[in-house]
Design a protein around this ligand. Structure first.
Ligand SMILES: Nc1ncnc2c1ncn2[C@@H]1O[C@H](COP(=O)(O)OP(=O)(O)OP(=O)(O)O)[C@@H](O)[C@H]1O
Length: 922
């Protein structure tokens, strides 16, 4: 019961319109067994060059601006010192830095308390000074969300490990980064960035990290980086100027966002780097203020660049041109607190303005990210610093901020202003960050460089760099020949240029950056192509499987075809009357007949149902049936042989004459040689077969006599259902009951003039009226090719001579359907075949259509649309029977029955001949 119940209705039913047509899977193809071969992963190592950066192009999404907070230790208030440009640079004794200068006004802190309390690693609480409590301005503010909060007791190394080391790691991995120190004056920005010789800051520690870890990281014995340091300051608070702090570099300029004339000094070890840093800090403009004895009066930018090294002419495969930028901003100053006047005041205004623009850029970026309708203001144009950092301030590149704060109560306002200004910047997101490994050539590589070998002229340096580029392109680019030519041309052109020409790194990195970009593009392109190839490979495998299955189907169909064709050939070979009559010469056939003969009686019903051929022969031992059949072969002018002829309507050709028919004809000749037309007595039923050959003017009449008694002769039926083959299939049903009766079967075949191709065979069955219970059921259906005249009416006497009605041409156009003679309604034409078969198949179908084969399909169709058949009209399948079905119906036992009959006929022929001989002699 459960199995019969319908499955539950699914919850979701997907209705698909016009589903795509798909070929039905062949039975041989089993999707379950079909397993696609594994496709290997994309061969990155083989396809991509080893120097291609493998790291992701962009950082994880929604990465916010990292803001660190460092709180410096409490200390006594700095003294105000005069401006000491270039005289109190790093590495100065840090102890002396905060030592009040002689004559300096020392202002002791009235309140040793703190205003900043570290809550945890990411938040602080800002408290108002105690003195403000009296004025009821009590307010504590908590600021959180920092990437990390460094307390006052945090060391430089801890800050480096937490904040700077990740940037350095990314830089070594080819990712650019920037760190800017922001805070009020004297909060420890310079201390954090540069530090002291005993307590180095982020830049020295980064350089140590780079050179200590560079060799094991890149597995190269040495590697060269390039460093540039410059400052942006104001001259008397009016104009901004840029100074190169390395070597003897002087003032430089800026165009748009690019710095021109900035020299990049190659550094190959940390000692050299520290020396350069000390040199730069000495050159940096500092002044003594009320808050800081060595207050920085400029914005200092340090760039550490990665560039192709020059180790024994071997190109560093890890070279990626990343830039690590560290900025030590000048501290904001409150005029009231610093007490600056004159030039210091102008410097202070410049510094504050620059920091204000810097803050405006970040705020504009934040507001723009919050509301895209708000345009991104171009505040960066207001200062050189912001112009230089445009990409960072517009969110195109990732940056980090380190806020330095002073914890003293007197520093509450500065710290509060810093936190309130910078804490919202944490919400800045970097969703549209450019690939970090793309070198910003316009920014960091538009200056000349200083090689370690000072003897080299700028032209020689340029040529040397171009050679490095040439070597680099030799390995990376297959079209190195062309590039070498270009480089050679460029080198030759450089010889004509001035020694101070700035054409140096630009051409180098212009060739390097496109190469890296091309690597990235090719990597993505190769991956896409690889995916496409994988898809096509899968489709190809499926198509191959379908082809194999179709091939197997074709082989099976061919096998079936050959089997059917073999059966058809056998069927045709056994189908001719001549071969049916060739019993004597065909031992196998006789043996098969003998084997099947005992089963004839048992299989009568089966034969009738299957092959529409029914033969029932009840014969007593004493019955004698003499059948003499003489056939005359058509178109055999010189032959006296008579043959049972068969013509087909298509070609009207005579059937072949086999030996069996020859035997029959010989007997007929013998009969005709006596020139006697045997008119048997009227007392006996006579079944005579006469064949007349017009050209020979011979008539043959064969009488079959049974002298013993003249009892009932019963010929039930000789039914002929074949339309073309009146031959080996026998195409007739004969049921003869011969019991002490005398049967005379006369069959007359008459051949018309062979030259006129008119052939006729007449078979007449007659039943003598004066004999008791003689009954002959006439042939109902007669092949269209053969003209068979049957007279089965009781009034018709057996007439050996063919009547004019019995003569007709075997031509198709002259054919007269013998069913007209037997009263069968043939007005209705048979329906046309529904299927168009091949000629051979059509012939076979016609041959078999003469059998009483019932089309089961027609039965299933019912009477709708079909004509109801009369009671006597056999249901005949014409066109709807399939060839295979016909072949199945036309089984071999059909021929065995026919053969059995032929065997009996041969026996009767022998007896007839014996009787005739006796009769002649008598
Ligand atoms: N974390 C710290 N530990 C010890 N000393 C510090 C620390 N931070 C700052 N200092 C000291 O405080 C003084 C001022 O520091 P620094 O010059 O770095 O301030 P600043 O922010 O650079 O000031 P400005 O903006 O005026 O240049 C220095 O003498 C420095 O040694």
């Amino acid at each position: 019961m459960d199995s019969n119940t319908s499955p539950p209705c699914p919850d979701i039913i997907t209705v698909r319109r016009n589903p795509p047509r798909k070929a039905r899977a062949t039975p041989q193809m089993t999707p379950k067994s079909f397993v696609l071969p594994e496709i290997s992963v994309f061969p990155n190592d083989d396809v991509l060059p080893p120097q291609t950066p493998q790291k992701p192009l962009t950082s994880p999404e929604n990465e916010n601006l990292k803001i660190f907070l460092r709180i410096r230790p409490l200390s006594s208030s700095p003294i105000q010192a005069p401006r000491m440009r270039g005289k109190s640079a790093w590495p100065q004794n840090p102890v002396k830095k905060n030592v009040p200068a002689a004559g300096a006004k020392i202002s002791k802190s009235k309140n040793s308390g703190t205003c900043v309390t570290v809550n945890d690693s990411q938040s602080v609480t800002l408290s108002t000074p105690v003195s403000w409590h009296e004025s009821k301005r009590i307010k504590s503010e908590t600021y959180g969300g920092f990437s990390h909060v460094f307390s006052s007791d945090s060391s430089q190394f801890q800050v480096y490990e937490r904040m700077m080391k990740p940037l350095v790691e990314e830089f070594l991995g080819g990712k650019s980064g920037m760190l800017a120190a922001l805070g009020p004056s004297g909060s420890g920005k310079t201390h954090t960035v540069f530090g002291t010789p005993r307590d180095p800051g982020m830049v020295p520690l980064a350089l140590r990290h780079i050179f200590e870890d560079a060799e094991p990281h890149f597995k190269q014995p040495s590697r060269t980086f390039y460093m540039s340091i410059f400052e942006i300051c104001s001259e008397r608070g009016k104009a901004e100027k840029l100074f190169d702090l390395l070597s003897d570099g002087g003032e430089i300029s800026m165009q748009q966002s690019s710095v021109k004339g900035l020299k990049e000094v190659p550094i190959s070890n940390k000692e050299q780097a520290e020396s350069l840093i000390a040199q730069a800090t000495l050159k940096r403009a500092t002044s003594m203020t009320n808050t800081n004895s060595q207050s920085s009066r400029s914005q200092c930018i340090i760039n550490i660049c990665d560039a192709p090294p020059k180790y024994k002419g071997v190109v560093n495969p890890k070279s990626n041109g990343a830039v690590l930028t560290i900025i030590d901003l000048a501290g904001a100053e409150r005029e009231k607190r610093t007490g600056n006047q004159g030039a210091r005041l102008h410097e202070s205004n410049f510094i504050n303005n620059t920091l204000m623009v810097f803050g405006l850029c970040l705020r504009s970026l934040l507001e723009h990210q919050k509301n895209r309708k708000k345009p991104l203001q171009k505040h960066f144009q207001s200062s050189m610093l912001t112009r230089y950092l445009r990409d960072y301030l517009e969110g195109k590149k990732r940056m980090s901020l380190i806020l330095t704060a002073k914890p003293g109560e007197e520093d509450y306002l500065d710290t509060s202003y810093l936190l309130r200004q910078a804490s919202p910047y944490m919400q800045i997101k970097y969703n549209e960050v450019e690939p970090s490994n793309i070198v910003p050539k316009k920014r960091h590589y538009q200056g000349s460089s200083i090689m370690d070998d000072s003897k080299l002229s700028p032209l020689s340096e340029n040529l040397k760099r171009m050679r490095l580029v040439s070597e680099h392109t030799k390995q990376n680019d297959k079209n190195s020949a062309e590039e070498r030519e270009n480089i050679a041309e460029a080198s030759s052109a450089l010889g004509k240029l001035d020694a101070n020409s700035s054409v140096s790194l630009k051409s180098e990195f212009d060739s390097q950056v496109p190469s890296e970009r091309s690597h990235i593009i090719m990597q993505n392109f190769a991956k896409v192509i690889w995916n496409v190839l994988k898809q096509y490979n899968s489709k190809l495998k499926v198509a191959e499987m379908e082809i194999e299955s179709l091939k197997e189907s074709i082989v099976n169909e061919k096998t079936k075809y050959w089997e059917i064709e073999t059966q058809l050939n056998d069927f045709k070979a056994n189908c001719t009357c001549c071969k049916v009559g060739n019993i004597k010469n065909d031992a196998e056939y006789c043996s098969s007949v003998s084997l099947v003969q005992p089963h004839i009686s048992e299989q009568q019903e089966t034969f009738h149902s299957e092959s529409s051929f029914l033969a029932r022969v009840d014969q007593s031992d004493e019955d004698e049936l003499v059948l003499s059949t003489s056939c005359t072969q058509l178109c055999s002018e010189n032959s006296d042989r008579e043959a049972f002829s068969l013509t087909k309507p298509e070609n009207h050709s005579a059937s072949e004459v086999d030996d069996g028919s020859k035997i029959l004809s010989e007997s007929s000749d013998a009969q005709s040689s006596s020139d006697g037309r045997l008119d048997h007595s009227d007392e006996r039923p006579t079944l005579g077969t006469s064949c007349t050959q017009p050209d020979a003017n011979m008539k043959l009449s064969t009488s079959l006599l049974k002298a013993e008694d003249h009892n009932t002769l019963e010929v039930e039926a000789v039914r002929k259902r074949s339309s073309e083959s009146f031959d080996a299939r026998s195409l007739s049903e004969v049921s003869l009951d011969l019991s002490d009766e005398e049967l005379t079967l006369g069959a007359s075949c008459r051949q018309l003039d062979c030259e006129k191709s008119d052939r006729e065979v007449s078979i007449s069955l007659s039943k003598a009226e004066d004999h008791n219970a003689s009954e002959i059921e006439a042939v109902r259906k007669i092949p269209s090719e053969l003209f068979v005249s049957s007279s089965s009416t009781e009034d018709d006497k057996l007439d050996p001579l063919p009547s004019p009605k019995d003569v007709s041409s075997t031509k198709t156009d002259n054919l007269v359907d013998p069913r007209d003679k037997i009263g069968v309604d043939i007005s209705r034409k048979p329906p046309k075949p529904k299927r168009t078969l091949m000629p051979s198949s059509s012939m076979l179908s016609r041959d078999l259509s003469t059998f009483d084969l019932y089309d089961e399909s027609e039965k299933l169709k019912g009477n709708r649309g079909t004509r109801k058949l009369s009671a006597h009209e056999p249901q005949r399948s014409n066109g709807s029977l399939s060839l295979l079905h016909l072949l199945q119906c036309a089984d071999l036992p059909l021929w065995n029955v026919s053969s059995a009959l032929q065997l009996q006929l041969a026996n009767y022929r022998y007896k007839v001949s014996f009787l005739l001989v006796n009769h002649v002699f008598l």
